[in-house]
Design a protein around this ligand. Structure first.
Ligand code: GLP
Length: 249
């Protein structure tokens, strides 16, 4: 695990954008793993502005998102497809047919949908760089605490804490889904590089658990201790609970 502690969230986004740009320069048909949530929004802003400045092209890039709510229409502003279009896809030259999310509508079989998503990743020869955020309870994607560390793409029921954390994003009269399809922890671990972004003080405890262990399904992100190429980008607030911060500077 490479731990990089930066001053603030803007620097975290800048550094993450540098990683994505470097990958695409080296491999124009890179396969990117994408995340939703508030943390990566500033990364997507930076990628859009680099695209507008002619520094980066998504023409041959394929993407796989970590997760999507169960039985949600793409046109629903709460869907992660809508989020990705709003913050990235509609502003760069990516082909929408090259963007994949793990979807499952009512009437579809989540197991079959999960296997199809995994097969598509394999068909494109795996994910080169997976972007991750982290939940306050240590989840990655929607792999909630106690998820199998070997899990593959599947349906998950969201925990109370995640529902509460994410309720800020829903209006009072809006239905908040309590189930989602998510890449599994095993799927995430197969990515060649993993780049986890964490900012703000409400992530400090989860970040501390992820880095200083133990390796445990109670903190799914702690599995990254076993990833060969995991980079953890933190701002000062998210790094605040680490006992020996000086060691990482
Ligand atoms: C969500 C997503 C995760 C995300 C996390 C943190 O529920 N499924 O992929 O990393 O929670 O989100 P945020 O960046 O808004 O704190």
């Amino acid at each position: 695990m490479q731990i990089i502690i930066l001053e603030n969230a803007a620097q975290v986004a800048e550094c993450a954008a540098d990683w994505v740009q470097a990958l695409i320069e080296k491999k124009p048909n890179a396969v990117l793993g994408l995340a939703t949530g508030s943390t990566p929004i500033s990364l997507y802003h930076k990628l859009v502005s680099r695209y507008q400045d002619g520094l980066i092209s998504f023409a041959n890039v394929n993407t796989f998102n970590l997760d999507e709510y169960y039985d949600i229409e793409e046109s629903n502003p709460q869907s992660y497809r809508y989020f990705m279009r709003k913050y990235l896809f509609d502003h760069v030259n990516i082909k929408l047919k090259n963007t994949f999310l793990p979807t499952c509508k009512s009437g579809q079989n989540p197991r079959v949908q999960g296997v199809m998503f995994e097969d598509k990743i394999k068909q494109l020869n795996g994910i080169d760089l997976q972007i991750l955020g982290i939940g306050a309870n240590g989840h990655i994607g929607f792999n909630e605490p106690t998820s199998s560390l070997a899990s593959r793409t599947r349906i998950k029921t969201l925990t109370k804490q995640t529902l509460t954390d994410n309720s800020r994003l829903f209006n009072q009269n809006e239905r908040q889904p309590n189930m989602a399809m998510t890449m599994g922890i095993g799927t995430i671990m197969d990515a060649r590089y993993v780049l986890l972004m964490a900012t703000g003080k409400n992530k400090a405890e989860a970040v501390n658990q992820m880095i200083t262990g133990p390796l445990s399904a109670n903190c799914p992100a702690s599995v990254l201790q076993q990833h060969e190429n995991a980079v953890i980008l933190l701002d000062r607030e998210a790094a605040n609970a680490l006992e020996d911060k000086g060691y990482f500077l």
